[in-house]
Ligand binder design. Structure first.
Ligand code: ATP
Ligand code: RIB
Length: 308
């Protein structure tokens, strides 16, 4: 079945990545091991992940007027992402994510400053109405102001376009928003924030999914890091294990790889279970590579891994 278009509303951030043996504490200057910069931002990463699977992707975001904006535009040109709805802010700088990666374990801590993204408006989203209407899926995360995420989700719903919300970074969602969400994809921490308690056991995860269903979400996918993903929705309930594709180098963007792969597979007509397996394989490959957007695998690699 042919893949249809996907509209992604979200942030582009320039990732500024320092690898170090540990975090500095307040007031301390610590020597790190290496530095790299590259394209990131959850919305943008998910757009790249889906586009690399063959999906037609429309991205709604806002950049500044600076070298980081040029980094984004070069990326979208290379990846065939439509930029008709990528606006430019005359005042605020392109958003950044300052990331410290634990050199031994590959784990990260991230501080985001969305910058120009905070100046995106509802009118910018309305301008993408035609693209949203023609899309098979609308995706958002929570790096943009909540009111904008909500506006995009409502616009998609009004046009009968299914909504995938990756609630990251997690905040309390307005209670009446859940009923507009067809797929929700928190990690364990984010799921805990949404339902107001820490998830420690498998039963906690199952119960969190139950609460999210009760609030109105149709399909719940709680990502479990190296353990995979718990899926509860149409036709499937259970854990789908993670895919090991090699030594873990950096997990930044693993969630985005999962979401982009899931989205592409869903719009291709795969079942919820099949799409979650596809997302796991995407993410499994992405963690073997440094960087965020640039760690997203292409279609052939994912298909090859899934065929093993
Ligand atoms: P991140 O914030 O690091 O991008 P996340 O916290 O949003 O990720 P996780 O639950 O940590 O989300 O991971 C998302 C998906 O990535 C998992 O469901 C799994 O498929 C894959 N993944 C994460 N870590 C590993 C790993 N060590 N090995 C294989 N796959 C992994
Ligand atoms: O999900 C990973 C992304 O989160 C990084 O690329 C960084 O930009 C932060 O937004």
């Amino acid at each position: 079945m042919a893949m249809q278009a996907i509209t992604v509303l979200g942030a582009f951030l320039a990732d500024l990545v320092c690898r170090a043996d540990r975090m500095p504490v307040w007031g301390e200057t610590l020597r790190g091991n290496s530095f790299a910069s590259g394209p990131g931002g959850k919305g943008s990463n998910q757009a790249i992940a889906a586009a690399r699977q063959g999906a037609t992707v429309h991205l709604v975001t806002r950049l500044g007027r600076d070298p980081f904006a040029a980094m984004a535009r070069d990326l979208y040109q290379a990846e065939g992402i439509g930029t008709a709805f990528v606006s430019e802010d005359p005042e605020l700088a392109t958003g950044t994510a300052s990331i410290i990666v634990d050199d031994a374990r590959g784990e990260n801590a991230i501080l985001i400053v969305p910058g120009a993204c905070d100046n995106l408006t509802e009118l910018d989203i309305d301008a993408a109405r035609g693209a949203i209407r023609e899309s098979a899926l609308f995706i958002s995360q929570l790096e943009l102001p909540m009111a904008l995420c909500r506006h995009g989700i409502e616009l998609a719903r009004q046009n009968n376009v299914p909504v995938l919300l990756n609630p990251a970074p997690a905040v309390n969602l307005p209670a009446d928003l859940y009923q507009d969400i067809d797929y929700i994809t928190p990690n364990e921490t984010e799921a805990g924030i949404l339902i107001g308690r820490t998830l420690s056991t498998r039963d906690d995860v199952v119960d969190a999914a139950r609460v999210l269903h009760e609030r109105g979400v149709t399909n719940v996918l709680i990502t479990l890091g190296e353990k995979g993903v718990y899926v509860s929705g149409s036709g499937f309930e259970g854990v789908i294990p993670a895919v090991k594709a090699g030594p873990v180098v950096e997990t930044t963007g693993a969630g985005d790889a999962f979401n982009g792969g899931l989205a592409a597979a869903l719009t291709e007509g795969q079942s919820l279970e099949g799409a979650a397996r596809y997302g796991n394989a995407m993410a499994g490959i992405s963690v073997t590579r440094p960087g965020a957007a640039l760690s997203m695998p292409g279609r052939a690699e994912v298909d090859e891994l899934l065929a093993l």
